[in-house]
Design a protein around this ligand. Structure first.
Ligand code: SF4
Ligand code: SF4
Length: 325
């Protein structure tokens, strides 16, 4: 049985659609996703469950939550109605148009009990969002009395060295700061190498033989992260370190059927070797001789199941994670 007994602190994903397609995005968000957004019924279910499980505060993230501010406000109202506080909302600042419109939205979220925005500041976002928008949103927050959690200030001088009126590619950063700039971002940013981030930085990882990976396989502990899990707009629990997996939250708190969630259970109980044995025996997966580590093997199998076999498995949702990587 797959079960969590408590949830301490996590995030709520209102939407996966995003104005950006950042290369470090472990959720593989992008403009290609459907415009789906968390509705009021889902929000109410989720916050009720969170409260009952002992989680009294969350952050809101996406995708870009401010793509549909009127729906965001309904989610915030639902959090308040269920006694769950929102610590901050993550945003990439792309929605900044002008000060008046932005201030109006900021006052709205303040009225709904949110007093901080986490605003992204890094070269990955600057490929899609000109720095003037980031700066303007920070200024608007200041004027509206909304706090800013800048993520991450260490990159401010890098971004500020370019023309703020336009976007800048990572190649431009490499041209200005040297060949190792992109590779060094891995350590500087503290990137979770999953989803599109894995694809971006995979070349930096060492090859390992298939046999070595299988022999060193250990349970992945997908359900152990009760401090930084996410719940999404489809009422899925998304494990702390591994987006691309899902269990319906109402099933998880009661004890989810391991037969229904076979893929996730195989990793939870035996690690990537368990998944590989399942994929070979049940789905005809043919392993390669080597991979860039266990997560490469894991992604190769999951992509095979979702994209090649087109299986609609309950534990490998949302499918966009694989489609839009
Ligand atoms: S990192 Fe944030 S802004 Fe970038 S694609 Fe992902 S969700 Fe969108
Ligand atoms: S092997 Fe799969 S489940 Fe385990 S940590 Fe890597 S990506 Fe996550």
């Amino acid at each position: 049985m797959l079960k969590v007994n408590r949830l301490v602190s996590g995030g709520v994903i209102t939407n996966y659609k995003c104005s950006s397609k950042c290369k470090h995005c472990s959720y593989s968000c992008s403009p290609k996703w459907e415009r789906d957004y968390m509705d009021e019924t889902t929000a109410s279910n989720i916050f009720r469950i969170l409260k009952k499980q002992g989680c009294h505060s969350v952050h809101i993230g996406g995708g870009e939550p401010f793509l549909q501010p009127e729906k965001l406000l309904k989610v915030l109202a639902s959090a308040a109605n269920n006694g769950v506080s929102v610590e901050y909302i993550e945003t990439n600042a792309s929605w900044y148009i002008d000060e008046d419109k932005t201030m109006s939205i900021l006052y709205d979220i303040k009225e709904h009990g949110v007093d901080t925005l986490l605003i992204s500041i890094d070269p990955f976002h600057n490929e899609y969002i000109p720095f003037w928008k980031t700066k303007s949103l920070i200024k608007a927050c200041y004027n509206a009395g909304v706090g800013v959690f800048p993520w991450q200030m260490e990159f401010w001088p890098d971004l500020d060295s370019f023309d703020e009126r336009t976007t800048h590619s990572l190649k431009e950063y490499e041209g200005k700061f040297g060949k190792s700039y992109i590779d060094n971002l891995l350590g500087r940013y503290g990137i979770n190498l999953k989803g599109r981030a894995f694809k971006t930085f995979k070349s930096q990882l060492k090859m390992q033989s298939f046999n070595d990976i299988m022999n060193s396989s250990r349970p992945c502990g997908l359900l152990s992260g009760v401090y930084h899990f996410h719940l999404d707009l489809y009422e899925n629990f998304i494990p702390q370190s591994c987006p691309g997996f899902s269990i319906k939250i109402d099933e998880l708190i009661k004890g989810a059927d391991q037969e229904k969630y076979k893929v996730l259970y195989s990793l939870e109980s035996s690690g990537v070797a368990g998944l590989c044995n399942l994929a070979v025996n049940k789905y005809g997966y043919v392993p390669k001789e080597e991979y860039k580590g266990k997560c490469d093997l894991c992604y190769d199998i999951r992509s095979f199941l979702v994209l090649d076999l087109k299986l609609d498995l309950p534990d490998l949702q949302p499918v966009g994670h694989y489609l839009f990587v």
